[in-house]
Design a protein around this ligand. Structure first.
Ligand SMILES: [Zn+2]
Length: 124
């Protein structure tokens, strides 16, 4: 066989091997993804809307939202308009978490209340 021909055949062989390695790697990745989903599904179900909200509230995003909302409300309670300090204010779910858990961290469902109004709303 011509040396050129042999080289071509070898390159072809190497290419086929690389394709096979990729195929195996993909199969391993697919299996690992299925395993991860199996592990993650029960964990996600355990995440209550309240826990999800609290995690968001304590995150950088949540803190940023609260600060900007406090400014939007002119530093006042959304219900009684009493001036409130950012730190002493409470994030309220307009549609309660119990009724609309899917709106746990949705800004348009959130407002800031003073402690008194938040307490009264919680009692209802
Ligand atoms: Zn109030």
């Amino acid at each position: 066989m011509e040396p050129q021909e042999t080289q071509k055949q070898q390159q072809h062989q190497e290419l086929m091997e690389a394709v096979l390695r990729l195929k195996f790697a993909q199969e391993r990745t697919d299996r690992a993804l299925v395993d991860l989903q199996t592990l993650a599904t029960p964990l996600a179900a355990k995440q209550t809307p309240r826990a999800k909200f609290e995690r968001w509230r304590d995150s950088t995003d949540g803190k940023r939202w609260k600060k900007s909302q406090h400014t939007k409300q002119n530093g006042q309670c959304a219900n009684c308009q009493t001036p409130i300090a950012l730190n002493g204010s409470h994030i309220d779910h307009i549609q309660p978490l119990s009724r609309s858990p899917q709106l746990a961290c949705t800004p348009h469902n959130l407002q800031i209340l003073c402690a008194t109004c938040n307490q009264h709303k919680g009692d209802r």
